[in-house]
Design a protein around this ligand. Sequence first.
Ligand SMILES: *Cc1c(COP(=O)(O)O)cnc(C)c1O
Length: 399
Amino acid sequence: MNSQEIMQLEDEYISNVYPKRNIAIVKGQGALLWDADGKEYIDCIGGHGSCNIGHCHPSVINAIEAQLPKLMICPSILYSDVRAVFGKKIAKLTPNALNKSFLSNSGAEAVECAIKLARKYTKKTEIIAMKKAFHGRLGFSLSATWKPKYRKPFEPLNPDFSHAKFGDIQSIKDVITEKTAGVLIEPIQGEGGVNPAPEGFFQELRELCNDKGILFILDEIQTGFGRTGKMFACEHWNVVPDILCLAKSVAGGVPMGVTIAKENVMNAFATGEHGTTFGGNPIACAAANASLDVLVEERLTERAAEMGAYFKKKLTQLKEKYKIIRDVRGMGLMIGVELRFDCRDILLGALERGILILSAGRNVLRFLPPLVIKEEHIDYVIDTLDELFQEQEANWMKK
Ligand SMILES: *Cc1c(COP(=O)(O)O)cnc(C)c1O
């Protein structure tokens, strides 16, 4: 099938809830993608952050191929070798105190589990999330998500959620009540515009949660697995949450969600109080085991720090050159470029020139490339953006 045929078929038969780009992708390798007509793209979308180790990593392919003829389904009421190995691996990789996981299939599911767990453990009901937060689109996770466009059509959502100002400890204190079970937060807001918190904020939040006896629930679904230049972003501030939500890059591109907690917290669930058919699936676990090994062996966390610093430096130079760029921010290879206007034309211009870029809101370009992205790719992205910004700035000046 050529691109045109694929797009027609998908438009006809697949739900049209996604704001589609007009390309049909059929192949990926490292930080590159190819469409059905053979055109190559540099991938700065990176599966929204779910292929940190690069597309189609050979180690993950081998692990899946080795698992396939053995076993593809193993419900969690039965024990599984690859699941047992994964449990230990993820506990070793995450901060020490976190050592017991619930396995699911997506980010939103990891958040749903975290919220049920917080309620069960504290015997309280209220969750404090942040303005501009994104935690997914299911029941509790949508209630925690901020954006009216995602929420409004489905209200009433869960009434036990409030939203404080991200990075503002007083704003969180203001909404704590005797019914508060936990605070749910991203280390750097992704969808909300690539917003890092001010220095010291997460340490203050950890202390606040300790003082008030409420749970600190961290959503590292986008920031985890090396993305920000640490294996998990919370390591930047030496804070350990009570519950950590993971998904996206955990299994090298295969769907998987993980809710990992302190043992006494996870043990608050009694038998049968949570569960999912496919969670801890053997193929996902085999892929995850290989993927986590690749992250460590290829030192991709360090690479994210180095390449991220290089990318950010170049983007900051563009900011000095063009007035239409308001801000460049982020950590490691999670970078946002805030423009003074809608970023749509830049996204389309980049697409034409073979670069896939994500947005975060109306006017922020978001870069989440695989951590294996090469310096020459970054240079090409920068040169292309330089041209696009120049055109846009000329248009903007005319207005
Ligand atoms: C993507 C994302 C989610 C939701 O994950 P899904 O797998 O799409 O359900 C939740 N939280 C954050 C921070 C995310 O980036």
